[in-house]
Write a protein that binds this ligand. Structure first.
Ligand SMILES: [Zn+2]
Ligand SMILES: [Zn+2]
Length: 402
């Protein structure tokens, strides 16, 4: 590797954070290790020169003879398959050529969500710039991730929605669904700005692309006639399809990982199960008699959860987080989210989140609360009411779970 290029790469400012360290998921120790290795490599030839008394000719650098197309192809595969940001960033920090090729639109457009899965505690302007660079390269996943972070965490509503819309135009199912949630809730605006029809349309497009939460949301909308003409049979069919797709996705994940998927909220659920003596580890898809773990939360949902956890779990005065642990969405105004009408202790950004959390966790808690203090019969219908205090017609939106 050309030594001079290592020195030039260090002058690059692309990944600089406030303190000068790379912070896109790289720890300070990892960064220090990379720099130490580089310094050792640079010092070695100098030592050889001084001890030998003569200038030793360096060997031919075969890396320089590789065509750009081949290096780009390798970098594209790396960006698409990296397990964490440092796997990709450390390679780019190796030399100037790798950095230049690694930051080309051809490579950045293929970067996966894990490649730019920056942790909330490491968020910085440089991470923001890197994600923007990926988004500008046509990476719809990066547009969606940056859009969610700007909209919900940085409260840049217009910029965040614009980035999500850019991803949605590229048929990104998560972006379509997230925009649907924003329309259903009137997020970032007043409660009078809810657009249920727009929400249903966006939800339909996401569901058409197989997004499970969108299918579940749309199923409940059809069952309840919420933003769409009521069609209970079609709604029920969509809910069954959502469960079937979830089962297939969970089984595929189990086969590929050969282990139970773990996440912080899933671990919370396990601890909850241990406390309550519930022997079923995951009741998800219990309709089918299967016991499979919930799918791993998306990186941006984990980011939002970590972001607000670092702020005492509060998105702002009087605002609440979605009670589904794998979501992380905050309210953008008071009483925006729907509240469980049975126990009144949990709030959800969407029907999909409530339906999932009901199966994963709340079914056990809510029954206990209801039986103890509210006189609701166990196994009865479970409701959710919109918590905006406007009496705007959707205050009682009953959901019956299988
Ligand atoms: Zn939610
Ligand atoms: Zn409840």
């Amino acid at each position: 590797m050309a030594v001079g290029r290592g020195a030039e790469a260090r002058r690059g400012a692309c990944f600089r954070s406030r303190d000068g360290d790379d912070d896109l998921g790289m720890t300070g120790t990892a960064t220090a290790n990379v720099r130490r290795r580089r310094m050792e490599n640079e010092e070695a030839p100098a030592t050889a020169r001084s001890s030998g008394g003569k200038r030793r000719r360096r060997g031919t650098d075969r890396f320089d003879t590789l065509p750009d197309e081949l290096v780009l192809s390798i970098l594209c595969k790396l960006a698409a398959s990296a397990g964490r940001p440092s796997d990709f960033i450390n390679v780019l920090l190796t030399c100037k050529r790798l950095k230049e090729l690694g930051l080309s639109p051809q490579v950045l457009s293929t970067a996966s969500a894990k490649t730019f899965a920056v942790k909330a505690k490491n968020w910085s302007n440089s991470a923001d710039r890197f994600l923007k660079l990926c988004a500008d390269s046509g990476n719809v996943e990066a547009s969606y991730t940056l859009g969610m972070i700007h909209f919900y965490c940085l409260q840049n509503r217009r910029g965040g929605a614009s980035l999500m819309a850019k991803a949605a135009i590229g048929s990104h199912a998560r972006a379509l669904y997230s925009l649907a949630v924003i329309q259903f809730n009137g997020s970032g605006r007043s409660k009078n700005d809810k657009d249920l029809r727009a929400g249903v349309t966006l939800c339909s497009r996401a569901a058409f692309r197989g997004h499970i939460d969108a299918m579940r949301e749309l199923g409940h909308c059809l069952q309840d006639g919420y933003g769409v003409c009521q069609d209970v049979t079609r709604g029920r069919r969509l809910l069954v399809h959502a469960n079937a797709r979830e089962l297939a996705a969970a089984v595929n994940a189990m086969i590929s990982s050969r282990s139970w998927i773990s996440s912080s909220w899933a671990n919370d659920y396990r601890r909850h199960g241990a406390r309550t003596g519930v022997t079923t580890e995951y009741p998800l898809l219990s309709d089918y008699g299967y016991n499979v773990p919930a799918l791993e939360a998306h990186t941006v949902n984990r980011f939002m959860t970590e972001w607000f956890a670092a702020r005492d779990g509060s998105p702002g005065p009087g605002l609440r987080l979605c009670s589904h642990g794998g979501c992380g969405r905050p309210e953008t105004r008071r009483n925006e989210f729907r509240r469980c009408s049975v126990c009144g202790t949990v709030n959800y950004c969407s029907r999909a989140c409530q339906a999932l959390d009901w199966k994963l966790r709340h079914k056990e808690e809510c029954v206990v609360v209801a039986a103890a203090g509210m006189g609701v019969e166990e196994g009865g219908a479970h409701g959710v009411e919109n918590d905006d205090r406007a009496g705007d017609g959707d205050r009682q939106m009953m959901m019956v779970y299988s």
